[in-house]
Design a protein around this ligand. Structure first.
Ligand SMILES: Nc1ncnc2c1ncn2[C@@H]1O[C@H](COP(=O)(O)OP(=O)(O)O)[C@@H](O)[C@H]1O
Ligand SMILES: [Mg+2]
Length: 227
């Protein structure tokens, strides 16, 4: 799905502060279906804020976000939630896997919630575990997985949802360098093969420079990376 961000601005008033702090300033970019964009910048530069705008968890003060050619910013909260459930998946540093359920159950649960039949849920979950090469671990307990494997389960869960957009916030934050590189490469390749539009944000420039569309966020705007 195509993503267009047009002149997004967002500011917050912190406690005890008189002037609002401008976090995003007139930020714009355009991504075609299946493109990957990675954004790096130090902590507090507005990376999570941008993803919150894109997922509809928060809204920009000015500017608009379009998915394909539909204006997302103008939808009601209820419509945004429906859109998110249908087309988006979010991946976080802590991937929110449920420790009381095994690998495949963790992928099936949101599919059932989305309204898929039990049979379809099992089918999609198995297929996505094959893609991240974890099908042999489908009945393993979450607690026995390594950090990298757990993050791959998070990616499999996003894939099984048939998302057209994946938003990843510090997806490799808990992992060592070698595992981070392999998870990130995996994520970029899988999204490309499945025509999923991917936006990854992280403070870790080394990981993101693996992507061929890497920008830095500075003073609320995206600038071309020097690396
Ligand atoms: N809901 C909020 N209310 C007030 N300030 C916020 C809120 N969300 C983020 N901020 C502020 O916006 C700035 C950017 O935060 P964030 O997007 O989380 O940065 P990053 O993800 O790059 O570390 C920070 O100064 C943070 O304190
Ligand atoms: Mg953040």
């Amino acid at each position: 799905m195509k993503i267009t961000c047009k002149n997004i601005s967002k500011s917050y008033v912190d406690n005890g502060q008189l002037a609002p702090r401008n976090v995003l300033c007139d930020l714009s970019f355009e991504l075609n279906s299946g493109d990957s964009l990675s954004i790096s910048g130090p902590s507090g530069t507005g990376k999570s804020t941008l993803l919150n705008m894109l997922s509809g968890l928060d809204k920009p003060d000015t500017g608009n976000i379009y998915f394909d050619d539909a204006c997302f910013t103008k939808l009601s909260n209820n419509e945004k939630t429906k859109f998110r459930l249908k087309y988006m998946s979010l991946i976080f540093q802590s991937n929110n896997l449920l420790k009381d359920f095994n690998v495949i159950e963790n992928i099936i649960l949101p599919l059932r919630y989305k309204g898929y039949s039990k049979l379809d849920s099992i089918k999609y979950a198995t297929k996505s575990l094959e893609i991240v090469k974890l099908v042999d671990d489908k009945y393993s307990s979450i607690t026995t997985l390594s950090g990298g494997e757990a993050q791959r389960v998070g990616i499999a869960r996003a894939l099984a949802m048939n998302a057209r957009i994946i938003l990843a916030d510090e997806p490799t934050g808990n992992l060592d360098k070698e595992t981070s590189i392999s998870v990130m490469n995996n994520l970029v390749d899988i999204c490309k093969e499945n025509e999923i539009t991917l936006i990854t944000v992280s403070h870790d420039e080394n990981i993101l420079s693996l992507s061929n569309n890497h920008r830095m966020i500075s003073m609320g705007k995206l600038i071309l990376s020097t690396s």
